[in-house]
Design a binder for this molecule. Structure first.
Ligand code: SF4
Ligand code: SF4
Ligand code: FES
Length: 398
């Protein structure tokens, strides 16, 4: 099956429509339905959302295999009157289906809603998984598969269907990002809003569910009127803010941070999907700085986890995950400045700590510094995030 994820927010969808439009919702009933973003139920949900907001939906059309252009053409002929009247067609299909509909209706406003990543299959445990990504995704083929959650998180797509976006009227303000106006939620974090609007910013230490500590310096941006570069993960949006997310100075700083990480840590760190992505994006091919490699002891004392401090970039995500999600304080920072390290317990082996084996730290570590010994053998009886398919697993299997 083809694996697709929703690529448009409900607000973006509405920006493409006018209240005068006569809207047809066109949905495929095959692969995209299994990806949770199409099918009759989803069309009805979208119709209700749009009608509540004053839009005129004149028809819903469910077509199996919308990626077959001949079927799309036949359907156009069969429903000629409807399509003559329609001024906008919202397409709940994969990108291939969208291209077919666009070809069949060259003079209509056709709005695609999905990003298609490649081919995959349906796993009983994980749901739809991507195993053979398109080359354009820069992902490697992976028999374990990338879950929809992985794709949403790593490509700044949108989870679930449009009804998931409906919040009770969040107050909006307008900022300018790279010269373009952007409506964002008041009182939110700049990095969250940039990512929500699919502006890709590297962020190794930040996660919206863990909060910010501004440690990695990868998310630095420029804000007019503020001195120097500022971490977008620690900055609140303000009305009229003028933000630059990428220029020579920003790129050069991010490249230096990446080079330092690569120089200091094990070569293995390049197996981190995020780091590999940014190395490719910034065309970093080799280690420029000759720094002594870390030579810390790998802790495999735990029955469940292995901790390799040589891969640690001191982002602190595991510390916050352990404290905030597990309610434990098993992992901590010790020392200061260039001597800073992460330790478990009172600098003792993992096995001697109160670790609850929840694997929250594994899930949030961006570099595979903490990995499960064997998820499949240890999984039963552990909390919910044990069942999550971790982004770093994507990297470690490549
Ligand atoms: S497995 Fe859970 S309890 Fe153990 S160190 Fe990681 S986050 Fe803390
Ligand atoms: S172990 Fe992983 S999550 Fe924890 S500080 Fe190091 S790199 Fe970050
Ligand atoms: S993500 Fe902002 S400093 Fe790390």
């Amino acid at each position: 099956m083809i694996i697709s994820v929703r690529s448009l927010s409900y607000d973006e969808l509405k920006r493409n429509l006018s209240q005068d439009d006569k809207i047809v919702i066109w949905s495929c009933d095959t692969c995209v339905k299994h990806c949770g973003i199409a099918g009759m139920e989803k069309m009805t949900a979208l119709e209700e959302l749009l009608k509540e907001d004053g839009y005129n939906v004149i028809r819903k059309e469910l077509i199996s295999e919308s990626c077959q252009i001949n079927l799309a053409k036949k359907h156009k002929t069969a429903q000629e009157d409807i399509f003559r009247e329609a001024t906008a067609i919202i397409v709940l299909t994969c990108e291939i289906g969208y291209q077919c509909v666009k070809t069949v209706f060259p003079y209509k406003k056709v709005i695609g809603t999905a990003k298609t990543f490649g081919a995959g299959n349906f796993s009983n445990r994980k749901g739809p998984i991507l195993t053979s990504p398109f080359e354009s995704t820069c992902l490697e083929p992976n028999t374990e598969g990338y879950t929809l959650t992985n794709l949403v998180e790593n490509f700044n797509m949108f989870p679930k269907f449009f009804d998931a976006d409906k919040e009770p009227n969040p107050e909006k303000i307008t900022i300018t990002v790279d010269g373009k106006p952007l409506e964002v939620k008041k009182d939110s974090t700049l990095l969250d809003e940039l990512l929500a609007n699919r502006i890709r910013i590297p962020h190794l230490c930040y996660d919206s569910s863990l909060g910010s500590i501004g440690a990695c310096r990868m998310c630095l941006v420029k804000v007019e009127g503020k001195r120097g570069l500022i971490p977008s993960c620690c900055t609140q949006v303000e009305e009229g803010m003028n933000v630059t997310t990428e220029d020579e100075e920003i790129t050069s700083l991010r490249k230096s941070v990446l080079q330092m990480i690569i120089a200091e840590c094990e070569d293995d760190i390049q197996r981190s999907r995020d780091i590999r992505y940014w190395m490719r994006r910034y065309k970093i091919k080799e280690n420029r700085f000759q720094l002594p490699k870390k030579n810390e002891t790998v802790d495999d004392s735990s029955d469940v986890l292995i901790r390799d401090p040589n891969r640690c970039i001191l982002c602190g995500r595991c510390i916050r995950a352990c404290a905030n999600l597990s309610g434990q304080k098993v992992i901590n920072f010790a020392n200061r400045g260039s001597n800073m390290v992460t330790i478990t317990g009172l600098n003792e082996p993992f096995a001697n700590t109160d670790c609850a084996h929840c694997l929250a730290c594994v899930h949030y570590c961006p570099t595979n510094a903490i990995t499960p010994k064997s998820i499949s053998k240890k999984i039963s009886g552990y909390p919910f995030w044990t069942l999550i398919s971790y982004p770093k697993k994507m990297a470690s299997t490549s």
